[in-house]
Design a protein around this ligand. Structure first.
Ligand SMILES: [Zn+2]
Length: 113
C-alpha cells in the first residue's frame, strides 16, 4: 500500500528529529497534505497507527491538516482551485497553469518529551 510507505518515511523522519533533540517520546505530530498530493487521508492515518507501534511515536497524536489546492493562470493571472493536475484556466482556458499549493506532503511539527 502506497500510504504505508509514506507513513514509514514520516515515522523515520520524526524519529530522527526526536533523537536529535534527545527526546524519548513523540507526543504529537502534525502533517500537511495537499488535496492533490495523491494521498488518501484515512488510509494514511490508518497506516500511521500500525507503523507507529513500537517506535518513539507510539501513542502519539496525529494531526493531519489538508491543504486546499490553489493555482494561478500565467496568462490571465486568474487564481482558482484546480481539482486535478491537468485542469485548464476556468477563465481563459489556458493550460499555462502554475500550482501554488496543494501538492505538499510534509511533517510540519513535532511535539516531543
Ligand atoms: Zn487564464
Amino acid at each position: 500500500m502506497h500510504e504505508l510507505s509514506i507513513a514509514m518515511s514520516i515515522i523515520d523522519l520524526a524519529t530522527k528529529e526526536a533523537k536529535k533533540g534527545n527526546a524519548t517520546r513523540v507526543k504529537e505530530v502534525e502533517l500537511e497534505i495537499g488535496e492533490m498530493a495523491g494521498v488518501n487521508k484515512e488510509a494514511l492515518d490508518f497506516s500511521l497507527r500500525i507503523a507507529m507501534q513500537h517506535t518513539l511515536l507510539e501513542d502519539a497524536k496525529v494531526n493531519i491538516v489538508e491543504i486546499e489546492s490553489l493555482a494561478v493562470c500565467r496568462d490571465c493571472k486568474t487564481r482558482f482551485s484546480p481539482v486535478s493536475m491537468y485542469d485548464s484556466c476556468p477563465h481563459c482556458h489556458s493550460y499555462g497553469v502554475e500550482f501554488l499549493r496543494g501538492r505538499e506532503l510534509r511533517l510540519k511539527s513535532l511535539l516531543v518529551e
